[in-house]
Write a protein that binds this ligand. Structure first.
Ligand SMILES: Cc1cc2nc3c(=O)[nH]c(=O)nc-3n(C[C@H](O)[C@H](O)[C@H](O)COP(=O)(O)OP(=O)(O)OC[C@H]3O[C@@H](n4cnc5c(N)ncnc54)[C@H](O)[C@@H]3O)c2cc1C
Length: 404
């Protein structure tokens, strides 16, 4: 296979899997994997679970041991930021002063926690930043973990997947309150009955779940942080965690003139609008094989398989091997209080839900339909059902080529 150099930006699972796949597919050129986080690629999914609760060490969270990257001749440059891409010259520049030419470039830059959109004055109290945490990286988990160890109380803004996992991980320590803007936690992706059941699970574990919170401000005073809501409610705590979603890291691509719209736009071969540049994982906006249009997927397994697909697509451009178009029915999981809930497809667009089993007994599969076709599924205690639901979703929508 032709030598040359493939540069990958981002050492998350998409970038790391792409590097691994290039070698598995026999690429014998130079593979340079650059990431601005220090250390080895790790399992981000453990950040809000074992790494936050302290039940696993950072070493256990590593995707591969250091020797793996050396054995596979992957040049891992950790703690280095890519600052510029020149698509004409086919070069990238790094913050340690290097310019590297590439034959193909993969942008696997992931995302960062979304900021709270409150009026600036409402969050500008002196010293506010020092006690307000976000959670994306291993470092974030270490910093939040230390703060929680000292704290008597914590407010979690956002009852989504990460907010709920933080509550579960923290519940054995400080008093935990979740402030959720919707009618129930996780209601955007779960049937109401399941949201209510999970809310009860949190309550049973001592977490105060507050729904319908239209946050108007967070200010720091002598007693700690006070969050206020439009209806006059307020809560005070030592620590605040903001978990209101993520924003894709598209700035590098945008500055280089690539097509970007809440994500780097790619086709079904992970190709961006610039020749020789590909994107994968959380940062990529790709064709949706089931609903049509485009979507971004923020799940671990997608980032992994999309990174692998991008590697094969890059090799197609270099060695002429035909790549498969990427089409996938996404799925993810969340662990809270020892319960493993799995979510497949696009439950957020469901028109109807049908539950098989018992939600109260934590043993069920809920199937979501839209226009009488299966569009999503949620399971607890029945992981095999997720696999069959994904296959059915693809089949019922003629999503040819879908990998399940
Ligand atoms: C706390 C948490 C828990 C999660 N739990 C689950 C779960 O239980 N199940 C599930 O399915 N999904 C979960 N997810 C989602 C899943 O982890 C992500 O979808 C996945 O990790 C995305 O991988 P990625 O490689 O696309 O991006 P990322 O993991 O974000 O990696 C991108 C990397 O690129 C780096 N980078 C960005 N810009 C540059 C630059 N200019 N130069 C160099 N490096 C750069 C970033 O710092 C980062 O290290 C969780 C996410 C989080 C944050």
């Amino acid at each position: 296979m032709a030598a040359g150099r493939i540069v990958i930006v981002g050492t998350g699972v998409a970038g790391a899997t792409a590097a691994e796949t290039l070698r598995k597919e026999g690429y014998d050129g130079q593979v340079v994997l650059i990431g601005d986080e220090p250390g080895l690629p790790y399992r981000r999914t453990m950040v809000s679970k074992e790494l936050l609760s302290g039940t696993a060490t950072p070493e256990r969270a590593q995707l591969k041991p250091a020797q793996f990257w050396a054995d596979n001749n992957v040049e891992l440059r950790a703690g280095v930021s890519v600052t510029e891409i020149d698509p004409e010259a086919r070069t990238i520049a790094t913050d340690d002063g290097e310019t590297l030419a590439y034959d193909a470039l993969l942008l696997a830059t992931g995302g960062r926690p979304r900021e709270l959109t409150l009026a600036p004055a409402a969050v500008s109290a002196p010293g506010l930043d020092s006690g307000v945490h976000h959670l994306r990286t291993l470092r974030d988990a270490q910093s939040l973990g230390s703060a929680l160890a000292e704290a008597r109380s914590v407010l979690i803004v956002g009852g989504g997947l990460i907010g709920c996992e933080v509550a579960a991980a923290a519940s054995s320590g400080p008093a935990v309150t979740i402030l959720e803007s919707g009618g129930a936690i996780l209601e955007r992706v779960l049937p109401h009955e399941v949201s209510v059941m999970l809310g009860k699970l949190h309550t049973a574990n001592g977490v105060d779940v507050q729904a319908g919170v239209a946050l108007t401000g967070i200010v720091r005073g002598p007693a700690g942080f006070t969050a206020t809501a439009a209806d006059g409610r307020s809560w005070t705590a030592d620590v605040v965690v903001v978990a209101v979603g993520m924003a894709p890291n598209t700035e590098l691509a945008e500055a280089a003139g690539l097509a970007v719209s809440d994500g780097i736009l790619v086709d079904e071969f992970c190709a961006t609008s610039a020749p020789g540049i590909f994107a994968a994982g959380d940062v990529a906006r790709l064709p949706n094989p089931v609903l049509g249009g485009t979507h971004r997927v923020e799940h671990w397994n997608h980032a992994q398989s999309h990174g692998a697909a991008a590697a094969r697509a890059m090799l197609g451009g270099i060695s002429g091997v035909a790549a498969e178009p990427y089409a996938d029915v996404p799925w993810c999981w969340t662990n809270q209080y020892g319960k493993n809930v799995q979510i497949a497809g696009w439950p957020g667009v469901a028109q109807k839900w049908a539950v098989d089993g018992s939600v109260a007994d934590h043993d069920f599969t809920a199937l979501a339909t839209r226009d009488d076709r299966l569009i999503g599924a949620v399971t607890l205690g029945r992981p095999k059902d997720v696999r069959s639901a994904r296959a059915r979703i693809a089949a019922e929508h003629d999503a040819v080529g879908s990998r399940v």
